[in-house]
Design a binder for this molecule. Structure first.
Ligand code: AMP
Length: 283
């Protein structure tokens, strides 16, 4: 496994593979690897001969009052897991490598960031697209893998690839969960034991809405969301959002229709930990 912090080195390591016609897969992460990340690596290995894992806690996607400084960085363990999971190259840049000077350019987003996390975390997705665009240009992968867990992020990257003509295939991998349903997240380590037992209620409520709308699409979406929101509030969650949005536009809907796809998504806060999750509803 090659470990490098330098853009020139990672490019040099990849150029031989590229010229040898070997396919390159990219799995971008912020580290603190868990089974969700490892599943992306497993799928990457099935897709390509060369698997590049990037670990970079991107400062530009964190708001001023978010958890940038306390975000977990267990780098030795991450490298051990990368080795065990047959990663070919780990790219571990510093902030100065990625942002040597104050950027003059940014990617602006219309509509797709108006709701869900885009609404509660202003500027977050501009930072995400900025770093993913740079990683795509540095690594130039044939295929890049992302998790459904961050569905708005996936839809925005899909749109960037489409509109900016990145010649990259994208794979959206299913959310990997604990046995009680909680979506794996590097932020789950922040949860107290009491909050950890409450946390699976988020996906239970999302799944409940999905089941109800599947059996009767004429039900009122706002009533279902209000009931779920209330159930979570009653057991101690602070609601950031809980919405049903159209899959393509990511805008909230009041009614659903057969033949269309939706995302039932929530961000809920337990103590100081903000958890997100979603369920895709294909009617
Ligand atoms: P992060 O390190 O949180 O930036 O995540 C890196 C990648 O892993 C992103 O594409 C995430 O969507 C994906 N990911 C995070 N959690 C999960 C999960 N529980 N299941 C599948 N993929 C995940």
């Amino acid at each position: 496994m090659i470990l490098t912090r330098s853009i020139d080195e990672v490019r040099a390591a990849l150029s031989a593979a590229r010229h040898g016609g070997r396919r390159i897969a990219l799995v971008p992460t912020m580290g603190a690897l868990h089974a969700g990340h490892l599943d992306l690596l497993r799928r990457a290995r099935a897709e390509a001969a060369v698997v590049v894992l990037t670990i970079f806690v991107n400062p530009t996607q964190f708001g001023p009052n978010e958890d940038l400084s306390r975000y977990p960085r267990p780098i030795e363990r991450d490298l051990e897991l990368a080795r065990e999971n047959e990663v070919s190259i780990v790219f571990l840049p510093s902030d100065a490598t990625m942002y040597p000077s104050e950027p003059n350019l940014s990617i602006s987003i219309t509509n797709l960031a108006d709701h869900l996390c885009g609404r509660s975390r202003p500027g977050h997705f501009n930072g995400v697209l900025q770093v993913v665009n740079k990683l795509f240009n540095i690594i130039q992968p044939d295929v890049a893998l992302f998790g459904q867990k961050d569905i708005q992020q996936f839809r925005l990257i899909e749109t960037m690839v489409d509109e900016f003509n990145h010649p990259i295939e994208l794979i959206r991998a299913e959310t990997i969960r604990e046995s009680d349903g909680l979506a794996l997240s590097s932020r789950n380590t922040y949860l107290s034991p009491e909050h950890r037992t409450l946390a699976p209620a988020i996906v239970q409520q999302l799944q409940h809405i999905s089941d109800r709308l599947t059996s009767d699409p004429s039900l009122s979406v706002s009533e279902l969301c209000e009931e779920a929101h209330q159930a979570l509030t009653d057991i101690g969650f602070k609601n950031d959002y809980l919405s049903v949005v159209d899959y393509a536009s990511l805008t909230p809907v009041l009614r659903v229709e057969r033949g269309r796809a939706y995302v039932i998504a929530a961000a809920q806060v337990l103590g100081t930990t903000r958890l997100i999750d979603n369920v895709i509803l294909q009617l």
